[in-house]
Design a protein around this ligand. Structure first.
Ligand SMILES: Nc1ncnc2c1ncn2[C@@H]1O[C@H](COP(=O)(O)OP(=O)(O)OP(=O)(O)O)[C@@H](O)[C@H]1O
Length: 561
């Protein structure tokens, strides 16, 4: 933890430590001054000046130390939050899927907050450490023999702490792991709240089986860690009282010590009790921060090792062709002990092509689209953009050629990355074409409302995709939530309009009523392409006016290869 703070800005940390030490030492000096004054050792007329000077030094150095560290720790936390967010954005999607939403949220919230809490304690630690050190120096001056006894006791305390500290740390680590499971439960609770509200038995079983179990495990581990630290704390206090007892009753038997030395010792000892308690009671916060930091660094290692680096641009925004050659991808189904395997897939896409991807549930349509988009990586085979083979180094640039609306899309509340001011007329036109102008306005780049029906929200997502103006569009069952009237608009007007602008469109669809409008229909079954048909070419050659369904085309053998 200290290493992390030191590496973040050693100059500030050194300043914080220095002012903290000045605060602690001046505090100890003030105490020594008061004690000597009480014992009648100082009668100088300059007494009040020293008193005021030391008191002001304590106050000023404490303020400076705290202020510096607060400024530094708030900046560190802000940087850490942004660093994790950027790391998440740059990491390959399969790695993020593996980690899961709950764990990523845990890093952004719990870990960063824990580290922040501990780093704010740091000046308190410096000051109290310096107070204890200053008091020790004063005690040595009063009687070095007594100070040697005290140093021995402190050494003994530190050794026993080192021997025992693994016990609470183990529980702190366990509690942090449980927090991830608890967060998973919270995600399920917030996302599935409607389903849970409708079924009391289901919600009770969910709370008992998922939330209560991890909440209980988290409570148990946290309590055990707290109890272990409490025991360590009490052990320190016991040693402390033992030392006072030895000084009061044991030491005078061994050697003769002046009453004023004994009373000075007891006064300083009692004064030191508070800083020592603060030092030992801040241990749990540091231990939790160490575990949190370890988790963040683990995330750093696991994601940074796989980051996509923009080494080479795959031929810029110009688009000639996209090819998939021998592409395969597999998901292992643990419970079924077998794999879903997509491919090998060989496909070509050209500019201005309208392609429908069809097939039953689980046939691999979304997986194929995800590989095409660069979000999943082919296990075998290659994806070629123009003449560039896509690899880890250029995948991120490659992905910038696509606009996609996923079946479980996310609608942002603003048009991020769009020059709204200069495209207002276009936006208004699109809003009218999407039948949304009466519902939504763009105010300062943000949608006036996103509390719309699912179908309307999807239309807003389409507006954002239009404005991105990318060469390749992918829609995963976009029309599934649209009414029949707007389905017609989508297939018969919007998609052909994109095609007319030279855009390539891959639309995953189950709407066989509109298959005839595609240039090409690709049918997937169990991860394999089982048919490719060319309805538009067939219509032209057959002179057919009405659209034929894919089954009719298949039975007539037209356009199948
Ligand atoms: N993240 C994942 N981990 C493991 N298996 C997965 C994952 N995503 C998909 N699968 C499996 O891959 C297979 C293909 O899924 P995919 O989503 O590509 O099908 P689909 O054709 O788009 O289906 P639908 O029409 O229902 O959307 C399914 O059997 C599914 O169980």
């Amino acid at each position: 933890m200290l290493k992390f703070l030191w590496r973040s800005s050693w100059v500030t940390m050194a300043g914080v430590m220095l002012t903290g030490i000045v605060a602690g030492l001046s505090n100890a000096a003030l105490l020594a001054f008061i004690n000597t004054r009480l014992a009648g050792g100082l009668t100088d007329f300059a007494d009040p000046v020293w008193f005021v000077g030391l008191a002001l030094t304590v106050l000023t150095s404490r303020f400076v130390s705290h202020y510096w560290l607060n400024r530094f720790s708030t900046k560190t936390i802000r940087d850490l939050r942004l660093h994790i967010s950027r790391l998440i954005l740059r990491a390959p999607y399969p790695d993020l899927q593996r980690l899961g939403k709950a764990q990523l949220l845990g890093h952004l919230t719990e870990d960063v907050t824990t580290i922040a809490g501990a780093s704010e304690l740091f000046p308190v630690l410096c000051i109290n450490f310096a107070i204890v050190a200053g008091c020790m120096a004063y005690l040595s001056w009063l009687s070095w023999q007594l100070a040697a006894v005290l140093a021995g006791v402190i050494l003994f305390g530190i050794t026993t702490f080192q021997l025992c500290k693994n016990i609470p740390t183990r529980y702190v680590r366990g509690a942090r792991e449980e927090y991830d499971r608890l967060s998973q439960g919270f995600c399920a609770l917030t996302e599935g709240v409607r389903e849970l509200k409708l079924h009391r038995h289901r919600s009770e079983a969910f709370v008992a089986g998922s939330l209560a179990a991890s909440a209980e495990a988290y409570r148990r581990d946290s309590l055990r860690a707290a109890a272990a630290y409490l025991a360590i704390n009490q052990w320190t206090q016991l040693l402390y009282f033992l030392t006072i007892g030895v000084i009061l009753y044991g030491f005078p038997v061994w050697r003769s010590v002046g009453a004023e030395v004994i009373s000075g010792y007891i006064l300083v000892f009692l004064f030191m009790m508070s800083p020592l308690t603060i030092l030992t009671s801040s241990l749990p916060a540091f231990s939790r921060a160490k575990v949190a930091l370890h988790k963040v660094l683990q995330l750093d290692d696991s994601l940074a090792g796989t980051l996509t680096i923009d080494l080479a641009e795959p031929d810029g925004p110009h688009f000639d062709r996209l090819a998939m050659r021998g592409v395969t991808h597999a998901f292992h189904r643990e419970k079924e002990n077998r794999q879903f395997r997509l491919g090998p897939i060989d496909l070509d896409f050209r500019p201005g092509e309208l392609v429908f991807l069809v097939g039953g549930n689980g046939s691999g349509k979304t997986t194929l689209a995800m590989i095409l988009l660069g979000l999943y990586h082919p296990e075998q085979g290659t994806v070629i953009w123009n003449d560039s083979v896509i690899h880890a180094g250029n995948r991120d640039v490659y992905m910038q050629n696509f606009s996609a609306i996923f079946a479980d899309f996310y609608l942002f509340d603003a048009l991020y990355g769009v020059d709204v001011a200069n495209r207002q007329a276009l936006i208004d036109d699109y809003l009218a074409r999407l039948h949304l102008s009466h519902k939504v306005e763009i105010v300062d780049g943000a949608f006036s409302s996103v509390n719309l029906s699912q179908g309307q929200r999807k239309r807003l997502a389409l507006l954002a995709a239009y404005l991105e103006d990318r060469p390749f569009y992918v829609f995963d069952e976009w029309a599934a939530d649209q009414d029949p009237e707007f389905k017609q608009v989508f297939y018969a007007e919007l998609l052909p309009a994109l095609k007319a602008r030279g855009k390539t469109v891959l639309a995953i669809t189950h709407d066989d009523k509109y298959f005839h409008l595609a240039d090409r229909c690709i049918k997937l079954e169990e991860g394999r392409i089982t048919a490719i048909e060319y309805p538009q070419a067939y219509r032209q050659t057959a002179g057919a006016e009405t659209g034929a369904s894919i089954e009719a085309l298949a039975s007539s053998d037209g356009g199948i290869r």
